[in-house]
Design a protein around this ligand. Structure first.
Ligand code: SAM
Length: 472
């Protein structure tokens, strides 16, 4: 039944295979011979299968866990260096016809205020985001073919890319909308989107159907096969995720790795990113109502093991998590974070009063983007607003080969420094600017190639003189 190359959801995410994987993991969780073999394989930096990674997830031996955490840190350092990419979500509309029981946008919620931004309102939101310093957005919409048709999404993307305000620009728009048709994915591709993001929520079909009792999202196969349609439509970079808390985390962990294996087997390229959201309190949603909430410790273990299992895949954490959890997650494998986020429709221009709440979930990390940057710099992470790969056509397997050849220090690292410099010139507080400039001086010396370092220095000087948007 299980077949990674099948195009049928129930075959590439086979329930039988997940259950067999969990049984195998339980049987071997104290088998140190097997565990050591898996860790030795992981140390080669080429990833692990869902079965191997699931054994490590089941293992609770302190010593082995420490070895896994150290390895996760090492792999992160080797493949991503100390850069952290920043983005912000932009909620365009919370009209929705689905019945997702964990999401306050569900159709039966008559209490939440429904909003859909006009193109003028989008312009104002984007200018507010540009004035914070953002260059990369993820647009978010509920599913509603009447209120949020694909034409609205496409028009909004065009509006966002067209806004030129001071030195600001949005250079990459990622899109998080409900599963759709190949034809619509082609349109999104033609509109120049970055990553198409769609969270699976849960890989367990039975739970999935209960958690999505009504609306188009109820169809498990259509949702699970969406990434294949997106790739058929020409989108190279897709972002996976599960909403932790809905189902047993070990099931989800095996499921998401099987999904990654499926994409690799069929399209020759795995997911560009994996997100790790946890269910949060929201308008009429109480996270306690779900039985599968995970502790911070388990959450960190999942992040470390994903880092080890899929070393080439970027990992995203949002402001659903607070500062302390994010700090730990950065160490263990996260490569992208959001900052200064608002999850309400129109929230960047006007924070909403309590009684007029359109937010999707409560934000735990409430710091401004500048505060987040300041924190990153002081933790010795280089904040990056880089969007070069996708604009240079380095998507899909071309991006992966850059990552696999570990050319990041000669390419992504200088690009990160250039975009950080733009931020420091245009948007930073005095303290962040001082810390950031000192960081750039230090980090320049880490560029291995002399020529690249010289060009980077020249471009940094150009940025001081008012020029913008350089990239390697
Ligand atoms: N409506 C689209 C869809 O169905 O995929 C767009 C996604 S929605 C705006 C973004 C994601 O937020 C969802 O996929 C879900 O995982 C997450 N989400 C929904 N309710 C949440 C909650 N209460 N806490 C945390 N995340 C939530």
């Amino acid at each position: 039944m299980y077949n990674a190359k099948s195009m049928k959801a129930e075959e590439f995410i086979s329930d039988e295979e997940i259950k067999a994987t969990l049984a195998y993991a339980d049987a071997n969780k104290d088998n140190f011979e097997v565990i050591d073999q898996i860790i030795a394989k992981a140390k080669l930096g080429k990833g692990l299968t869902h079965r191997e990674a699931s054994v490590l997830l089941a293992c609770d031996n302190e010593e082995k866990l420490q070895e896994i955490y150290d390895l996760a840190k090492q792999i992160k350092e080797d493949y991503y260096g100390n850069r952290i990419v920043l983005f912000a979500p932009l909620y365009l509309s919370n009209y929705c016809i689905n019945g997702c029981v964990y999401c306050p946008y569900h159709m039966k919620n008559k209490h939440i205020s429904r909003k859909k931004l006009t193109q003028d309102e989008i312009r104002r939101e984007v200018i507010a985001l540009q004035d914070m310093g953002h260059k990369r957005l993820a647009i978010e919409l509920g599913e509603d073919p009447v209120n949020n048709p694909i034409e609205y999404v496409l028009e909004s993307i065009k509006t966002i890319y067209d806004i030129k305000h001071k030195n600001g620009a949005i250079r990459r728009v990622n899109v998080n909308i409900a599963a759709t048709t190949v034809e619509n994915y082609k349109k999104l591709h033609d509109a120049g989107i970055g990553t198409y993001i769609l969270f699976q929520e849960t890989y367990n079909k039975e739970s999935y159907e209960q958690l999505h009792p009504t609306g188009p999202k109820h169809d498990y196969a259509y949702h699970t096969e969406a990434m294949d349609r997106a790739m058929e439509g020409g989108i190279d970079d897709v972002g996976l995720g599960v909403l932790f808390g809905l189902e047993m985390y070990r099931y989800e962990f095996a499921g998401i790795l099987m999904h990654a294996e499926h994409l690799e087997a069929v399209h020759g390229v795995g997911p560009h990113t994996i997100s790790v959201p946890r269910v949060k309190r929201a308008d009429d949603i109480d996270p306690e109502a779900f039985d599968n909430g995970i502790s911070d410790d388990i959450f960190e273990k999942i992040i470390a093991l994903l880092r080890v299992a899929v070393p080439y895949t970027g990992m995203i954490i949002s402001t659903r998590e607070g500062k302390a959890v994010r700090e730990k997650a950065l160490e263990l494998g996260i490569s992208q974070i959001s900052g200064g986020s608002r999850t309400s429709v129109g929230g960047y221009v006007e924070p909403e009063p309590e009684e007029d709440n359109s937010a999707q979930f409560d934000v735990s990390d409430q710091r401004t983007l500048d505060e987040v940057l300041n924190w990153l710099i002081k933790l010795d992470y280089v904040p990056s607003f880089c969007t070069a790969c996708y604009r240079e056509g380095r998507t899909g397997d071309r991006f992966m080969s850059l990552c696999k050849s570990k050319q990041i220090l000669n390419c992504c690292h200088p690009n990160a420094l250039l975009t950080l410099k733009e931020y420091l010139e245009d948007y930073a507080s005095d303290d962040t600017r001082a810390a950031g400039l000192a960081m750039i001086e230090r980090e320049l010396e880490r560029i291995p190639n002399d020529k690249v370092r010289d060009v980077a220095k020249a471009r940094l000087a150009d940025i001081s003189n008012g020029k913008r948007d350089f990239r390697f």
